[in-house]
Structure formats: structure tokens, C-alpha cells
Design a protein around this ligand. Structure first.
Ligand SMILES: N[C@@H](CCC(=O)N[C@@H](CS)C(=O)NCC(=O)O)C(=O)O
Length: 213
């Protein structure tokens, strides 16, 4: 059975949502960040970067959230969680997947770990990095909001719910604590997030992750 190494509300929420939506059987394995389990030799043997998530699918050990999502979509093309290969829709799906992974997600990581980007104990510089990251995130959320305003469809890629929806929902949740300029401040985005949240699979996953805290 597929195993997902996860920590509640971390990037692992993305494949967790996708697996639940797909109706796959899977086992969750908690990597307790509060006890630095992601830095244990055992976990580092699965992901040398010490980052969550990792998916284990038989002999396959896979890290990087976007790669995990693509693997799951490719393994079950009949479930249509990604547009068909070779189509323009698939190209846009790749565009958004890579943008989410290498642009919005990395900027969110900079926001949450600004101290890693400055000299030790330089709190003034860390505060500055955090504020600059937040401003960039807000611009990216505006880009997502504009896209949603143009599509006039219920889901990010159109009428079909795809892996991109799991990605957008998770990253946007990480901005809910922003005083200003977070996802809830954008009208299209706020109503879209409510739609994703009210899906039965999302409700199940959120309840499971709450129970794991
Ligand atoms: N590029 C990686 C990033 C994953 C990532 O940053 N995971 C965070 C949790 S959301 C983590 O494990 N952080 C531990 C740390 O930074 O020490 C992916 O997409 O899987």
C-alpha cells in the first residue's frame, strides 16, 4: 500500500488531499517535526533534504511534492486529476504546477524561515526578508485571483478538479495568518477556497490532520 510521510498542514497536505480525492488506499506515517524526526537518519535515508513529504509506492521512494502529484496523476490517468498528455491544458497544468512549486511555495518557505537567509541572530535583517517575502506572496496571490476571475469555472483548471486545486488550497492556507494581503483578502480566491474546503475529501483530510496534532 502507498505510504505518505506527512506532518499536519505541511506540504504533505497536497498529496494527502490528492490521494483522498482519488479514492486510493494509503497509509499515513507521521514525521514529527516537533521532535525533529525529519532530520533523523531514518528519514534522511528517504529524503536527504530532510523535507516533508515523502511518498513510498512499492519500491519507489519519492520526494518533491510536485513530482509526487505528477506520479499519482500518471499512475491513474483514468481518474483525470490532470489534463490529457500532449494537450494545451496539460501544458498549462505543468506551468501552474512548476510555478506553485518553485515560485509561490519557495517564497512562502522564505517567509516562514526568514532567519535562514540572514546572519545568525540578525533579527532586523530577518524581519526585512520576511516583509519582502510577504509582499511578493501578496502579488502572487493577486495573480491567482486574476486567473480565477478569468476562468469563470469552479476549479483552477476549469470544470475538472485537478491536482492543482490541492496545491493552491494548501499554499493559500499558509497565508491565512497574514494580517493583510493573504488569500482571504482576494474575493475570487476566498470563494474558491471555500469551494475546495467544502469538498468531502478535503473535510476528511483536514479532520484526519487535526486528529494527528
Ligand atoms: N520542495 C519540497 C519542499 C518541501 C518542504 O519545504 N517541506 C517543509 C514542510 S512544508 C519541511 O519539511 N520543512 C522542514 C525544514 O525546512 O526544516 C517539496 O515540494 O516537497
Amino acid at each position: 500500500m502507498i505510504q505518505l510521510h506527512f506532518y499536519p498542514q505541511n506540504a504533505s497536505l497536497i498529496p494527502h488531499l490528492l490521494l483522498q480525492e482519488m479514492g486510493e488506499r494509503f497509509e499515513l506515517i507521521l514525521v514529527d517535526r516537533s521532535r525533529n524526526e525529519h532530520l533523523s537518519p531514518k528519514y534522511l535515508s528517504l529524503n536527504p533534504n530532510g523535507l516533508i513529504p515523502v511518498l513510498v509506492d512499492g519500491d519507489l521512494v519519492l520526494y518533491e511534492t510536485a513530482a509526487i502529484c505528477l506520479h499519482l496523476c500518471d499512475k491513474h490517468p483514468e481518474k483525470h486529476f490532470a489534463p490529457a498528455v500532449g494537450t494545451a491544458d496539460r501544458a498549462h497544468f505543468y506551468k501552474w504546477l512548476f510555478w506553485l512549486s518553485n515560485t509561490l511555495q519557495t517564497t512562502l518557505q522564505t517567509y516562514y524561515h526568514a532567519e535562514r537567509w540572514v546572519d545568525a541572530n540578525n533579527t532586523i535583517a530577518a524581519t526585512q526578508v520576511k516583509a519582502l517575502a510577504q509582499a511578493r506572496i501578496t502579488k502572487m496571490l493577486a495573480q491567482i485571483d486574476a486567473h480565477l476571475g478569468q476562468t469563470e469555472a469552479p476549479w483552477f483548471m476549469g470544470d475538472a478538479y485537478t491536482a492543482i486545486d490541492c496545491y493552491v488550497f494548501t499554499l493559500c492556507r499558509w497565508t491565512l495568518g497574514f494580517e493583510r494581503g493573504g488569500a482571504k483578502d482576494f474575493a475570487n480566491l476566498a470563494s474558491y477556497l471555500q469551494r475546495v474546503k467544502s469538498r468531502p475529501a478535503t473535510q476528511t483530510v483536514l479532520a484526519t490532520e487535526r486528529g494527528a496534532m
